[in-house]
Design a protein around this ligand. Structure first.
Ligand SMILES: *Cc1c(COP(=O)(O)O)cnc(C)c1O
Length: 372
């Protein structure tokens, strides 16, 4: 029995992070804001190709601010990815809106443009869409963007899992009017916890910075004309993010190697890996499997056996329309069997930690193979 657990995805530090933290200490710019925050925002914009950024305490905060920019009316419908983490869609409720969930397709596991079209037929008044790029794989972003444009809807891209992935040669986190990144501990790079709102709209980003620092009016005393939030990233946290950003390409390369080793090892098994379109290059954040329909193996049994060998794995996201908290929300699909439910019932996320050795990955592979 191994004593060191093989993890799904954990932080991988390199040393440069300390240099930026040290700088913040040396200048006593521990908090708030400061040079690391400004530089981290600029470096992310440079990396993804322009625009403006507001560094925040989390991606959830970034999505919240994006929805606040949309000025939702009470109970206004927001069309959202169904197969995603709850943080993608909870902020709709913070802003008094109402989620309507959109099914996935099998080619990307992300929002199905056909289901989105169908949703606009049922809710022609909808004017906000939230799309997530799951496991580092871009959604059909051009199609989704085009549908949003046709319906004059704002697109919010949740790129929490997909930083450095590209779609038709363009970085994810640039397709939405507002885009959100996460630097949470398990993501491809981490600042220990944090997020960023990205947009080409400079005024919008300035407004978010204002709201995120308690909405202080430009007055010589504490005056507030709007409700504020304490959502800004600290200068120490931004320092970790800057150090990590230097290693983003390296992380992506290692993630891809992990994915390809699984894919080659499982080539003969009745399962497929999380897929992507020919025009997209994922960041391979998590390697996942989807058991073929006729297979009688329960992914939870695989998870249990891996766990017994001290190896982490996770179910794929449980669809939002199946969550008790969203039991009264609508769900739009173009299939008899919703794709999101199929992926949930037959899918599993495998260890994708870039510190995992080849030998360790071979252990994971052997255990998965033992089921067939
Ligand atoms: C991690 C994640 C979030 C939330 O990110 P935080 O920075 O932890 O708030 C949102 N959406 C998706 C798809 C995620 O994976």
């Amino acid at each position: 029995m191994r004593t060191k657990r093989i993890l799904l995805a954990s932080p991988t530090m390199h040393g440069e992070e300390m240099k930026y933290i040290q700088e913040a200490f040396d200048t006593n710019w521990i908090a708030p804001l400061g040079k690391n925050v400004d530089s981290f925002e600029q470096e992310i914009c440079d990396y993804i190709g322009g625009g403006y950024a507001a560094a925040l305490t989390s991606c959830t905060a970034a999505l919240h601010m994006a929805l606040k920019l949309c000025k939702l009316k009470r109970d206004e419908v927001v069309l959202c990815s169904d197969l995603t983490f709850s943080a993608s869609v909870n902020p709709v409720s913070y802003e008094g809106g109402r989620q309507v969930f959109i099914d996935s397709d099998y080619e990307t596991w992300n929002m199905d443009p056909a289901a989105l079209e169908k949703a606009f037929e049922k809710y022609p008044e909808a004017r906000v869409v939230i799309v997530a790029n799951l496991y580092g794989t871009p959604a059909r972003l051009n199609e989704i963007r085009a549908i949003c444009d046709e319906h004059h809807a704002v697109l919010i891209e949740d790129a929490a899992e997909s930083l450095s992935a590209t779609y038709c040669g363009r970085q994810t986190g640039t397709f939405g009017d507002y885009n959100a990144l996460s630097f949470n501990g398990n993501k491809i790079i981490t600042s220990s916890g944090g997020g960023m709102l990205l947009s080409r709209d400079e005024a919008a980003v300035k407004k978010v910075r204002f709201w995120a620092t308690q909405a202080k009016d430009p007055a010589p005393y504490y005056q507030h004309s709007e409700i504020g939030y304490n959502y800004r990233m600290s200068n120490i946290v931004a320092g970790i993010g800057r150090g990590q950003l230097l290693h983003l390409e390296e992380h992506r390369k290692l993630k891809k190697e992990i994915y390809e080793r699984y894919r080659n090892a499982f080539a003969e098994l009745p399962l497929t890996m999380n897929p992507h379109l020919a025009c997209s290059e994922p960041n391979y954040w998590l390697s996942c499997i989807l058991l073929d329909k006729e297979v009688s193996v329960d992914p939870f049994e695989i998870m249990k056996r891996l766990d017994a060998h001290n190896i982490d794995s996770r179910p794929t996201w449980k669809p939002m329309h199946l969550q008790p908290v969203f039991a009264d929300r609508d769900f739009i699909t173009v299939n008899d069997l919703p794709v999101s439910e199929e992926i949930f019932s037959r899918g599993l996320c495998l260890p994708s930690d870039i510190k995992m050795t080849e030998d360790e990955q071979n252990e994971v592979i052997a255990i998965v193979k033992s089921f067939f």
